[in-house]
Design a protein around this ligand. Structure first.
Ligand SMILES: NC(=O)c1ccc[n+]([C@@H]2O[C@H](COP(=O)([O-])OP(=O)(O)OC[C@H]3O[C@@H](n4cnc5c(N)ncnc54)[C@H](OP(=O)(O)O)[C@@H]3O)[C@@H](O)[C@H]2O)c1
Length: 210
């Protein structure tokens, strides 16, 4: 069975996840950060796209300020063309995997198809073989949209912060090309809504297509 996929993202009240130039924005507060670090500690792997690595340089670790004895899940980056900077903070500690379409002899790099971007279904098989049962996808918008497009998302968590970012080019939780026909719109079932910091956390289950 493929890993269970949970997407977690924070957006402004107008549905943006960063500034138009991709500058990272602190959208939630301490309570939500604690929740995200607890969630990271519950999964086997955390995944982001190269766009997020370049924009935010995330560490993708579980901070012991939020979780006692963190277990440090595997970090996974989607990077078809090998653009991950060598000094990225994700290399500082813990295990990582770069999913690419290049041939590399390094065991930390895995080739997932010959297309122009990483084949997510091949990646899911590779992760499954490595014992990943739960995968947390943290962004950005292009990557999240691809997971939805492939029908690979089980749950979608979105923190809505009380702020307005604006800008038609600012990234949103699901960018990419977008749904092309009304029949293809993915239904979501609201599981919970929880006020947190000065915003609200919405949790959805993704409805299966018959
Ligand atoms: N608020 C939040 O919760 C949050 C969380 C994370 C990120 N962000 C923001 O999101 C922005 C980055 O998002 P982004 O959409 O530009 O980049 P992204 O989704 O992080 O990365 C997209 C890139 O991943 C690579 N990729 C490889 N295989 C892919 C596949 N199958 N599907 C999709 N992408 C694939 C592609 O580059 P190659 O073709 O070169 O491989 C693609 O351009 C930043 O501004 C960051 O601050 C916000």
């Amino acid at each position: 069975m493929r890993p269970k996929v949970v997407v977690n993202v924070a957006m402004s009240a107008d549905g943006k996840i960063a500034l138009a130039d991709k500058t990272e924005v602190k959208i939630s507060g301490e309570e939500d950060f604690a929740r995200v670090h607890e969630l990271r500690n519950e999964v086997d792997a955390i995944l982001v796209g190269i766009g997020t690595v370049i924009a935010d340089d995330p560490k993708l670790t579980v901070k012991d300020r939020f979780v006692k004895d963190p277990k440090h899940p595997l970090k996974v980056v989607l990077d078809s063309k090998g653009k991950t900077p060598k000094n990225s903070r994700l290399f500082d500690e813990g295990k990582y995997l770069i999913a690419t379409t290049l041939d590399r002899s390094d065991p930390n790099w895995i080739k997932c198809g010959n297309g122009k971007s990483v084949d997510l279904n091949i990646l899911m098989k590779e992760l499954q073989e490595r014992g990943v049962k739960q995968l947390l996808v943290e962004g950005g918008g292009e990557v999240i949209y691809s997971f939805f497009e492939e029908g690979l998302v089980d749950e979608f968590y979105v923190y809505v912060g009380s702020m307005m970012i604006g800008g038609k080019n600012a990234p949103t939780p699901a960018d990419g090309e977008g749904t092309k026909s009304i029949d293809e719109i993915r239904g979501l079932q609201l599981i919970s809504y929880t006020p947190m910091d000065d915003g609200i956390l919405l949790k959805y289950r993704v409805k299966k297509i018959d």
